[in-house]
Design a protein around this ligand. Sequence first.
Ligand code: AMP
Length: 396
Amino acid sequence: MSYNKKSIEDIDVKGKKVIVRVDFNVPLDANKNITDDKRIVGALPTIKYLVSKGAKTILVSHLGRPKNGFEDKFSMKPTAVRLSELLGKSVIMASDVIGEDAKAKAAALKDGEVLMLENVRFHKEEEKNDPAFAKELSTLAEIYVNDAFGTAHRAHASTAGLADYLPAVCGYLIQKEIDIMGKALSNPARPFVAILGGAKVSDKIAVIENLIDKVDTLIIGGGMAYTFVKAQGYGVGTSICEADKVDLAKSLLEKAEKKGVKLLLPVDNKVGKEFNNDTESKTVASTEIPDDFMGLDIGPKSIELFSNVLKSAKTVVWNGPMGVFEFPNFAIGTKEVAKAVAESGAISIVGGGDSAAAVEQLGYADKITHISTGGGASLEFLEGKVLPGIDVLLDK
Ligand code: AMP
């Protein structure tokens, strides 16, 4: 997949009708108040650029998982209201997606005006990437902009299908993802260090396999580390461990060694008797986890080891917590790694909800080069997969 894609700045949008796939899938409370508007704020640079260039902007998004056509609780209306406030200009709301109202309002747009379509998933054809639906949607506009990274790993009508009918470019959010992640994966500044954590090896096998070919050092922490500790022949007590993945872990350890990639595991752990914050706990070496204890966080020596490696890194990719960070007593490893990533001075990319939340909560967000917004999409990116929503865009 080429990472060299045309963006909104590479195409003349003045006076043109531009349909933009945004990710306004925001959380709403029972009264349909938006409880977190980060995704709308994130789309502002692209929308403001189009408005400033005199484009007629038509926004399309999904929200939630509607099953049977129109349902008021999944209406995009609250997002249009919030966007109006953020833009300081009124956003026109259509009552449908490809119906009479959307068509009439799109046709009547003046330069610099913004129209929000209804929830694209009110049509089941969206997720099927139905060509007739994509074609009908495309008739509203002259240019297609994809700026929804969170759905870029899905080939839906509004995330990929539109590119069959309209010249397709990316907005600033997707551009940043491909510029930074794409460069890190294809031509990284070295040493390139990846840190993977989280509960399960099985969720991240493809990521490990792809990164092993690219990184200088691979650090594995969190629950998934115990399958590797087991593969090295040590007991892991009652730690989370995937018995059916031990052989795979063994072969990954061998592969890393053959390739000259340093694969680092925790050397010590904070272990607990039970899975709760206040359980009896102690710090033990990875070679000495007692039978009746479980690893719930990496220990101080591991923190020091991992932090030292991060200090000399030039590119860092981090995905997944180092322990059960939901329990404050077992959140130290994740917090210290967040700090080390932030202070590394490296090009740093943090993906995955938990690691992104950790750097944000700890106030390190502005020291991270890029916090990837799409959970599933950023994992697939790290797996080296082709993301349909990016693949369909015009090459530079
Ligand atoms: P993931 O979604 O794969 O990034 O995994 C995140 C989850 O992994 C979090 O909910 C953590 O609590 C969990 N996790 C991390 N370390 C451990 C561990 N040592 N034992 C059990 N769960 C863990």
